[in-house]
Design a protein around this ligand. Structure first.
Ligand SMILES: Nc1nc2c(ncn2[C@@H]2O[C@H](COP(=O)(O)OP(=O)(O)OP(=O)(O)O)[C@@H](O)[C@H]2O)c(=O)[nH]1
Ligand SMILES: [Mg+2]
Length: 367
């Protein structure tokens, strides 16, 4: 039996992992390959799972904690993707505040499941907005030194770094980022890509097809700093239904919710790592995002539709108190409902600070 290619793409919150996996999945499928995608989050109600499913991909999720702490769930979830099918490629997206994935996921897969998987390079996406501020050691990096520590560690363990959003960067910024990455991980290949436009993806696919002993940069990691850095984030997943008597523009609603949250959080100087809202109704869907305090809210996937009713899922990762974040999200969604004369029903809201990661396995040396 041929082995399944296991490709995990990491990177900080809002770096472009889901966009990258969607683009890779489309390209592999166009070449006749069967692809399964595994998403991951600290809670349930994942915008990413819905976003990728709505695009027609075969997706299963590992909710409740990161892959490293739910290693057995990761394997059983991949098993569900294999149910009645024989995927050629499994694409896995870890939680964006997670690191030490080589020691806790790649190494155990290589060692314990060598007969089942062939592991490709572990690539990590560099998010330019926070990357420039953190790697330059700017005072206004937006996150504390502990969160910055996680950001650097993510880059340090990568087999390849994807310098994303190249469509927006000047040549000088891209050169500076490449030089800063080299200080963290000197020998790593750096690919300039745009998950949005597809620029650089031919080279990325060539890289991901390479054979070799990947996943061997095992980190020297202080789990206290890691845990404290993660716990500085307020994490919120919320599901809501909005029902109006008159039709309204779904995309305008999605952008309005993200924009009003941006204003509210920005006024208090709370740094956003990623704020995303998906609206779903009868086969239509749209997604709006905010990836940092100083970026513009954007409609990453427009629905181009008018609706009277919509299911909304809000996922927010912001450096603030989770209870406050929940208040802000409730108020923003309620306000958007009120101006449309809509009934707003909150179904489930989980808001918390991520707990200390306790990996199922941790390989101190390369197997
Ligand atoms: N301009 C531009 N925008 C991008 C690019 N890649 C991703 N984005 C946007 O960045 C935002 C975040 O992208 P995602 O793919 O959701 O990021 P992620 O890393 O999966 O985020 P989390 O799962 O929350 O950690 C979305 O608004 C995307 O449209 C890119 O290459 N260029
Ligand atoms: Mg994602």
């Amino acid at each position: 039996m041929s082995k399944v290619r296991f490709l995990m793409v990491g990177g900080f919150l809002g770096a472009g992992k889901t966009t990258t996996l969607g683009r890779l999945a489309s390209s592999y499928m166009a070449k006749g390959l069967q692809v399964g995608i595994v998403t991951n989050d600290q809670a349930t109600d994942l915008v990413d799972t819905h976003t990728l499913r709505q695009q027609g991909f075969d997706v299963e999720e590992v909710p409740g904690a990161c892959f490293c702490c739910k290693f057995d769930d990761l394997l059983s979830t991949i098993g569900r993707l294999e149910d009645g099918k024989t995927p050629d490629v499994i694409l896995a997206e870890p939680v964006g505040s997670c690191t030490d994935l080589v020691a806790t996921v790649v190494q155990p897969i290589k060692d314990l499941y060598a007969d089942r998987f062939q592991t490709g390079p572990y690539s990590v996406i560099l998010k330019p907005s926070h990357g420039l501020r953190i790697l330059r050691n700017q005072e206004d990096a937006g996150f504390s030194p502990k969160a910055a520590y996680i950001f650097r560690k993510q880059l340090e363990e990568a087999d390849a770094i994807l310098l994303n959003r190249i469509d927006e960067l000047s040549a000088e910024e891209a050169d500076e980022l490449s030089a800063l990455v080299k200080e963290v991980n000197p020998d790593v290949p750096i690919l300039r890509v745009s998950a949005k436009t597809g620029q650089g993806f031919d080279r990325l696919e060539e890289l991901l097809a390479m054979e070799g002993n990947f996943g061997s940069r095992i980190l020297d990691l202080d789990y206290d700093i890691y845990a404290e850095g993660e716990a500085e984030l307020g994490w919120l997943n919320s599901s809501v239904t909005m029902t109006a008597t008159q039709e309204f523009d779904l995309d305008v609603l999605l952008l309005e919710v993200v924009s009003s949250l941006r204003d509210r959080l920005g006024a208090e100087n709370y740094e956003t790592a990623h704020l995303k809202v998906i609206g779903l109704w009868e086969g239509f869907f749209g997604v709006a995002n905010l990836v940092s305090r100083d970026s513009k809210p954007e409609l990453s996937l427009p629905s181009n539709s008018q609706v009277r009713e919509v299911d909304l899922i809000v996922n927010a990762r912001v450096a603030t108190d989770p209870a406050l974040l929940e208040t802000f999200v409730r108020e923003a969604v309620q306000k958007a409902g009120d101006v449309r004369g809509a009934k707003v029903e909150f179904h489930q809201t989980q808001s918390f600070r991520p707990g200390r990661p306790v990996p199922t396995h941790r390989y101190a040396t390369s197997a």
